[in-house]
Ligand binder design. Structure first.
Ligand SMILES: Nc1nc(=O)c2c([nH]1)NC[C@@H]1CN(c3ccc(C(=O)N[C@@H](CCC(=O)O)C(=O)O)cc3)C=[N+]21
Length: 281
């Protein structure tokens, strides 16, 4: 069996290339697609991610606004910041970097984002739309996983997909997207008692747990496709890559797998939102 390393940088480049002309056309019409990122606190890895997102925008001729709030920020202050960005017609997408410091009601902040600007797919309403199958902006990592499967023409329909993790912007929405594509989906989590047994049934494994090298090689059914959405400290995925490579037919590395595609989907959603704003006016 031929083994495929799923190259996220390649997929991300193809997504970004498809945006170039759309960005140019918008600029000709006087609209520069703009993503506003909000970072609360000073976690260095969050700062790295937010900077990567801003740079990716600029590389494509898009605009990025970076808002950095102190780690003492209150929910009210954050809501005010979001409200201003909602009202700013030059801003097309808003990304509130997760996680936020513990004094902040993150759900309340996410849900304050105007649905038209929710390019990161974090609002309750956006999740509901995604789950029902008509959402415009699914969360970016779930969207990236689907894009990788699509790019490599990996069939989903009728396959057993096992998602490990049920977070609001990763495990839950990716389970929904896979279900919408007619996979049989099992969502596992920290209280799942027979995890290894369930993963062994999977044709498609999505790792979204946040534990380095957690997914073991002998859990992978021969021929299974493995997607690693983990982003642990030191650029380590949730999948024990070398061990899982053995049985898998296709696998994403970390780095260079799901991560770069996540960012390209964020850009795509921002361009989509900018085009929509043009239609609305
Ligand atoms: N509201 C919100 N939306 C997010 O989408 C979101 C978030 N919060 N919080 C944190 C996670 C993490 N995340 C990553 C995106 C890209 C890479 C990525 O591109 N990583 C590179 C390597 C990174 C490097 O070179 O340092 C790679 O995998 O090749 C990683 C992680 C988005 N997240």
């Amino acid at each position: 069996m031929e083994k495929q390393i799923l190259d996220g940088r390649l997929v991300a480049d193809s997504v970004k290339n498809s945006l170039k002309e759309r960005v140019e056309n918008l600029i000709k019409k006087g609209i520069t697609p703009c993503l506003a990122t909000i970072l609360v606190g000073d976690d260095p890895s969050s700062e790295t991610y937010v900077n990567m997102k801003g740079k990716a925008c600029e590389k494509l001729g898009m605009k990025s606004i970076k808002i950095h709030l102190s780690k003492e920020t209150s929910t009210e202050e954050l809501l005010e910041t979001i409200q201003k960005l909602n009202e700013d017609d030059t801003v097309h997408g808003i990304l509130l970097q997760h996680p936020v410091p513990s004094q902040i009601d993150e759900r309340k902040a996410f849900d304050a984002i105007d649905i038209r600007k929710d390019v990161d797919g974090v609002t309750s309403f956006g999740y509901g739309q995604t789950a029902l199958g008509f959402g415009k902006f699914p969360s970016c990592t779930p969207a990236a996983i689907m894009k990788i499967l699509d790019y490599y023409e990996i069939p989903i329909e009728g396959k057993h997909a096992v998602v490990i993790g049920r977070s609001p912007i990763l495990g839950k929405p990716v389970s929904a997207l896979l279900l919408n594509e007619n996979a049989t989906v099992t969502t596992c989590h920290s209280r799942t008692t027979n995890l290894a047994e369930i993963v062994k049934l999977a044709d498609i494994v999505v790792a979204a747990v946040g534990k380095p090298n957690f997914i073991q090689g002998d859990w992978i059914k021969p021929g299974a496709v493995v997607l690693d959405a983990g982003y642990n400290k030191g650029n380590i995925g949730d999948v024990d890559y070398e061990a899982c490579l053995v049985n898998s037919s296709a696998i994403t590395p970390v780095p260079g797998g799901v991560g770069p595609v996540t960012i390209s989907m964020l850009l795509k959603h921002t361009v989509d939102a900018a085009e929509e704003s043009l239609k609305a006016n």
